[in-house]
Write a protein that binds this ligand. Structure first.
Ligand SMILES: Cc1ncc(COP(=O)(O)O)c(C=O)c1O
Length: 401
């Protein structure tokens, strides 16, 4: 959706960066010191501070969250022909990264309350359609190895990791977490992204902290960390000669991006508090309104509320989410539906799907509302009033019909 922001000063965007800290100062020092590439000092500083923040032993900064996921798949030992379980209701990059590694996804529907990967479906698939023996899990029908599982913690919430880890251990699956949207999410007191062998984050412009474009792989395993770093640097062997021992990638983050990332990380506590306050205000404004719902955090998960997302039931409200989105757009307010579930995506036709219609219902009914860290109370009130008035006038019309 293209929105002309030039002529409308009252436009309320969905999720824009808040560059309120030392970004300019750190960028200026990159320019003054002539360090702009990935060998500059901010990269290591950002990696160190990030690892410490989430409680991981190692962090490797990457050019994007998608690059981080691709490298994590390779380091985790995913091989061409493998099957990898992954949420169907996710941004497409989670699944593309599996395909980039030469594997294929097994797409899993989501839980109706938490909207995260439905662990009952995963468990049934592994018990009923796969054989686990001698340290390997195989899909019976295709004979292919089921090598791993990628829980995606969507919208600043968390998947049911305790259940997932137990299942993964039973079936010898490597766990790679897609925590691109989950900075600040804690599960049983621990940061999302630090449970699996590797976890991946994104610092794309709409995330809770941004580097413009960027991502991070975290892991507690030094060997895996070294592998990720090596592959991200074109698999070049140390020294001045250009000798490479594998087909690598140019996936490193630049010093300029890391400078912004470090400044952003320093403000994370404030950003998370702002997200929580925004979610609280939406939740109390829409509480009890017929036909309106939103994500319910999984037990034990302390969410970070990246994008507050409503569901609008057309059978009760008489309005579809797309109609509400169009009305908001007319009023200069940006909102957006969730991603087309990947099992419906032409990009991944033919992938196995374990579901269910939950993801499809959420695709129809969900609408993410403005949730920028810098969203003012006045602007949020305008969003709430615009939606509430639309719902009420529609209700009045249907009462008179
Ligand atoms: C769930 C999820 N996974 C992966 C990505 C990919 O991250 P990037 O855009 O930084 O490549 C994103 C978002 O952008 C995401 O939301």
């Amino acid at each position: 959706m293209l929105i002309d922001m030039s002529s409308d000063t009252t436009f309320i965007p969905l999720s824009v960066p808040c560059l309120g800290g030392r970004e300019r100062e750190y960028l200026t020092s990159c320019v003054d010191d002539n360090w702009v590439s990935s060998v500059g000092p901010f990269v290591r500083r950002f990696e160190g501070a990030f690892a410490q923040h989430v409680g991981a032993s190692h962090a490797i900064a990457c050019a994007s969250g998608t690059a981080a996921l691709h490298l994590a798949m390779l380091a985790a030992g995913v091989e061409p022909g493998d099957l990898i379980l992954v949420s169907s209701l996710t941004f497409i990059a989670s699944v593309n990264a599996i395909r980039h590694a030469g594997a294929d996804p097994v797409l899993v529907d989501c839980h109706p309350g938490s909207w995260q990967m439905d662990m009952d479906r995963v468990s049934r698939f592994l018990m009923e359609e796969c054989d686990t023996r001698e340290g390997t899990c195989r899909h019976r029908q295709s004979g292919r190895r089921v090598a791993g599982i990628v829980p995606v913690h969507i919208l600043g919430h968390g998947a049911d990791l305790p259940a997932l880890l137990a299942i993964a251990a039973r079936h010898h699956l490597v766990v790679v977490e897609d925590a691109a949207e989950a900075l600040g999410v804690r599960i049983a007191g621990r940061h999302a992204g630090t449970f699996g062998r590797l976890g991946c984050f994104s610092f794309n412009g709409n995330k809770t902290i941004t580097t413009g474009a960027g991502g991070m792989v975290v892991t507690d395993d030094r060997t895996l960390a070294d592998r990720v770093r090596h592959l991200s640097e074109q698999a070049k062997l140390p020294g001045s000669e250009y000798v490479h021992d594998a087909v690598g990638y140019n996936y490193r983050m630049s010093n300029l991006h890391a400078a912004v990332g470090l400044a952003q990380l320093e403000q994370l506590t404030g950003h998370l508090a702002a997200k929580r306050a925004i979610a609280d205000r939406y939740a109390s404004a829409f509480a009890g309104r017929a036909g309106i719902g939103w994500i319910r955090p999984t037990e034990g998960v302390d969410p970070a509320w990246w994008l507050f997302t409503l569901t609008i039931d057309p059978a009760i409200t008489g309005l579809t989410a797309r109609q509400v989105m169009a009305h908001l757009k007319e009023q200069g307010i940006e909102s957006r539906p969730l991603w087309q579930p990947i099992h419906l995506s032409p990009a991944h036709t033919g992938a196995l799907f374990l579901g269910g219609e939950v993801a499809e219902r959420l695709y129809d009914q969900a609408l993410s509302l403005p949730s920028s860290v810098g969203l003012s109370a006045t602007d949020q009130d305008r969003v709430i009033e615009t939606i509430t008035e639309l719902l009420m006038s529609n209700q009045r019309r249907s009462n008179h019909a």
